[in-house]
Design a protein around this ligand. Structure first.
Ligand code: SF4
Length: 263
């Protein structure tokens, strides 16, 4: 069967055996142009209010059904990976079909999560929060705790709100998802360029810790660059550094209900 929407499944360190679902067009569409992006430069940099009218075709149900039956050992069916999925105004329709088909499968062990990666730039919009609140597991990006770091690292579209608004909106979304799993994922990287500071600095880690303390997610995932980044001058931090970031964050968050790990 030719596949249009799904790819993998592949073994993910953070999600287990994950089937990727891409509901955007082939052109990378995002509200950010992160320096470390592993899928290249953003060809279509859009504001958070941008709506991609890309409804699921009849093929989606057929494809997702077949993939779920082929892999009854999945840990996650994951929307994202290629641009910002919340920009598709039909995200909830894709979710509904996925859920319907998910409930028809005889899963081998535990049922896989229906998960969503978001870069968090659209969660200040109520309609977007409503679009994503039903997912079993939402992993929201937060790499920085201040606007200057935000502009340098994520290079957002000029209409993306401030990092403070984003943090407050993540907090709101988390409240709407109390019975679901909610995670923050933070990519920390280094820079070879002397005139370009990376987000791997204590001030940023402290700001991040304070933001996470406020949001109160279930999990925090610290990770770094694993493939070729968009900009040549950025590179991965070491595992030793990840470990020390986790330690600092745990001290700031001071809440055993929030699991902080590195990958
Ligand atoms: S938010 Fe994700 S897809 Fe968009 S530029 Fe950043 S890393 Fe790439």
């Amino acid at each position: 069967m030719p596949r249009k929407y799904t790819y993998g499944p592949f073994q993910s360190r953070r999600l287990g055996l994950s089937l990727g679902v891409d509901i955007l067009t082939k052109q990378k569409t995002c509200t950010y142009d992160c320096v470390y992006c592993e899928i290249g430069t953003t060809s279509l940099l859009v504001p958070p209010t941008y709506e991609l009218n890309n409804p699921p075709s009849a093929l989606y149900r057929k494809e997702i059904k077949e993939m779920m039956r082929l892999f009854p050992n999945l840990d996650s069916i994951t929307f994202g990976y290629n641009g910002e999925p919340t920009l598709n105004s039909h995200l909830a329709d894709f979710f509904k079909i996925t859920l319907e088909e998910h409930s028809e499968v005889k899963w081998l062990e535990t049922e896989p999560y229906i998960s969503l990666f978001t870069n968090s730039s659209t969660v200040h919009l109520e309609k977007v929060r409503n679009r994503i609140k039903n997912f079993d597991y939402v992993l929201a990006k937060l790499d920085v705790g201040s606007d200057d770091e935000f502009i340098r690292t994520n290079r957002p579209h000029e209409k993306v709100p401030s990092i403070e608004t984003i943090i407050n909106s993540l907090s709101k979304l988390r409240q709407m998802m109390k019975k679901k799993k909610f995670g923050i994922q933070s990519l920390i990287y280094n820079s070879y360029r002397k005139d370009f500071y990376s987000n791997n600095n204590e001030k940023n880690i402290i700001n991040l810790g304070n933001a996470i303390k406020k949001i109160k997610p279930d999990t925090v995932q610290i990770y770094s660059i694993a493939r070729i980044p968009s900009e040549y001058f950025v590179y991965a931090i070491s595992d030793k550094r990840k470990k020390s970031i986790v330690k600092t964050l745990k001290e700031i968050i001071n809440n055993d209900a929030i699991e902080v790990n590195y990958y």
